[in-house]
Design a protein around this ligand. Structure first.
Ligand code: NOJ
Ligand code: CA
Length: 568
């Protein structure tokens, strides 16, 4: 790999716009770094690794839930929204972490989980101890059952994690949970639910948090009459803003309230929606400046490694963000999906659709036929393409090490409710679930939990983690960590206006090339055969460039190169 010094001036942008082209690093706190040796990652661990994040060169951290929780769903089952889980730390440590992050110029986004609480939340406990029909039950969604004695659920709905979406309580009523049993859905028609979340957003904003990631943003508003539709009827209903459960138009009234609060801060607090919706047009509503302002776009995460498909996704999403005035987002890996280094090495399957919903494809065991080397090569190329795009890039802890999904976790050690609730192949969250991307990070080649902490790790780490550890990759020429560091450094220097021009002369077949302002050219060869290296000064490549027989340089398959063209 080659690097060259740069003379381009750093991008200028107003502080309020910091998020528009930010590289955001997602920390899944229980698996990042363990400061006290109990096997669970914590705030002390994060604080100790802030120099690592600064050296990596990310602009912001998105912290997955760290609130008190019984971990029925990895912390997305929240007991108290305005506190820190005692196994993770204290509010004082949280403040210390914010100050330390800000001290090195890194912003902080925290996760907010407004669709459901945990079943240990004081409101839910109050609802259970209050009689049927009492106001305490109104904050959630309770219904009588069907059948002579109400012994059948109010409707035959399935939860997103499989299994029934309704659970019966001792006095015979049922409550709705779109996810695990321990995650009762809030009733957003209740004014106290609104008030409480405004209080939560203010609480963290006042503590210096820069923004929020909104979990299941498309699910809060529900319109359930007395007679509930069947699951087949629900499926047949269009998701055009009128569906009883998902992506209702009136959900944006909630986000308009939140925006008013966000804009009272300087700079305004930002928010990014996790919204699984049908079309880019519907996603754009979440990204509206009158609402949350930005929305995750999971299209690349679901795409096969294919030049044409990538191009369509990039073009569609840039066009969409031009309409809303937001900036687009790019994601290849997160805590819910199979890591992209593994996903891109999955064997081709007959009849696999181009849009494969790949994040839920299970990575199998050692005999699974996954080509991990090819997967990592493609993942590195895809990441460099991503980091050259306008918009913000959301990176998931460990992807900077080229980590693969861990398949070898014994069933009895798995934690994901999606694994435990699934009966073979009946739905999306299938196979091995999501624990394989949540295994504690390897910081050192050896030692207790590969340097994750002084004790063990709450999910077992495989022996091959040694070669993917920070220690193994730090300073090693050509390592994935060094590629990310250099790519992020260059991105920071080259980042200018949010525009992109396809290079039609270079693009075609397996090659996708585009130019950013200032002569920054990104060329990806998605194919297997090398192609001629375009003219320009090589800034960085995701793999070794090759020499052809005639001595000219070539861009090998599954590789991205960044070049600088001299401006005419
Ligand atoms: C989306 C989160 O990313 C996922 O981890 C969680 O299980 C569900 N929402 C439910 O909160
Ligand atoms: Ca700990």
């Amino acid at each position: 790999m080659t690097t060259a010094p740069l003379t381009a001036p750093p991008a200028t942008r107003s502080d309020a716009d910091w998020w528009r082209q930010a590289a955001v690093y997602q920390i899944y706190p229980r698996s990042f770094a363990d400061g006290n040796g109990d096997g669970i990652g914590d705030l002390r661990g994060i604080i100790s690794r802030i120099p690592y994040l600064a050296e990596l060169g990310v602009d912001a951290v998105w912290l997955s839930p760290f609130y008190p929780s019984a971990l029925a769903d990895g912390g997305y089952d929240v007991d108290h929204y305005r506190d820190v889980d005692p196994t993770i730390g204290t509010l004082e440590e949280f403040d210390e972490m914010v100050t330390a992050l800000h001290g090195v110029g890194i912003k902080l986004i925290v996760d907010v989980v407004p669709n459901h609480s945990s079943d240990r939340h004081e409101w839910f406990r109050e609802a259970l101890s209050a009689p049927k029909g009492s106001p305490a039950r109104e904050r959630y969604i309770f219904r009588d059952g069907r059948g002579e004695h109400g012994e059948e659920p109010p409707a035959d709905w399935t939860s997103i994690f499989s299994g029934p979406a309704w659970t019966r309580v001792p006095d015979g009523q049922w409550y709705l949970h779109s996810f695990a049993t321990e995650q009762p859905d809030f009733n957003w028609k209740h004014p106290e639910v609104h008030e409480d979340f405004l209080r939560t957003l203010r609480f963290w904003s006042d503590r210096g948090v820069d923004g929020f990631r909104i979990d299941v943003a498309h699910g809060l508003s529900k319109d359930l009459g007395e007679v509930l539709p069947s699951s087949a009827e629900l499926k047949a209903m269009p998701k055009d803003g009128t569906h009883p459960l998902w992506d209702r138009d009136d959900v944006h009234e909630i986000y308009a309230e939140w925006r008013e609060l966000f804009d009272q801060y300087e700079p305004p607090r930002i928010a990014v929606a996790e919204a699984w919706v049908e079309t880019p047009e519907r996603r754009a509503k979440y990204a509206s400046p009158e609402g949350l302002g930005q929305a995750f776009n999971f299209d690349l995460m679901e795409a096969d490694f294919d030049a044409g498909h990538f191009r369509d996704i990039v073009a569609d999403n840039l066009a969409q963000s031009a309409v809303t005035g937001s900036s687009t987002t790019w994601v290849f890996s997160n805590h819910d999906g199979v890591r992209h280094a593994t996903r891109y090495g999955l064997p081709p399957r007959a009849g696999r659709p181009v849009k494969q919903g790949a994040q839920w494809v299970a990575a199998g065991g050692p005999e699974d036929g996954i080509d991990r080397e090819l997967g990592l090569r493609r993942a590195r190329a895809a990441t460099m393409l991503e980091l050259a795009l306008p918009g913000s890039a959301y990176l998931y802890q460990g992807e900077e090490l080229g980590l693969h999904e861990v398949a070898e976790i014994p069933d009895e050690q798995r934690q994901d409710p999606a694994f435990w609730r699934t009966t073979a192949g009946d739905r999306g969250f299938d196979g091995l679930g999501r624990d394989g991307c949540r295994v504690p990070l390897p910081w050192t080649r050896s030692g207790s939990s590969f340097g994750f902490g002084e004790g063990g790790a709450h999910l077992p780490q495989p022996a091959w983690f040694a070669d993917f550890s920070v220690e193994a990759e730090d300073g090693a020429a050509g390592s994935t960590l060094e590629m990310y560091r250099e790519a992020l450094r260059l991105r920071g220097e080259l980042q200018g206006e949010e525009s992109l021009e396809w290079d039609e002369a270079l693009s075609g077949g397996d090659v996708l090339a585009f130019e950013r302002p200032g002569g920054w050219l990104s060329v990806t060869n998605f194919g297997a055969q090398p192609v001629a290296l375009p003219v320009g000064e090589v800034l960085l490549a995701s793999g070794e460039l090759e020499a052809a027989a005639d001595g000219t340089s070539q861009l090998p398959g599954a590789t991205t190169v960044w070049l600088r063209r001299s401006e005419a």
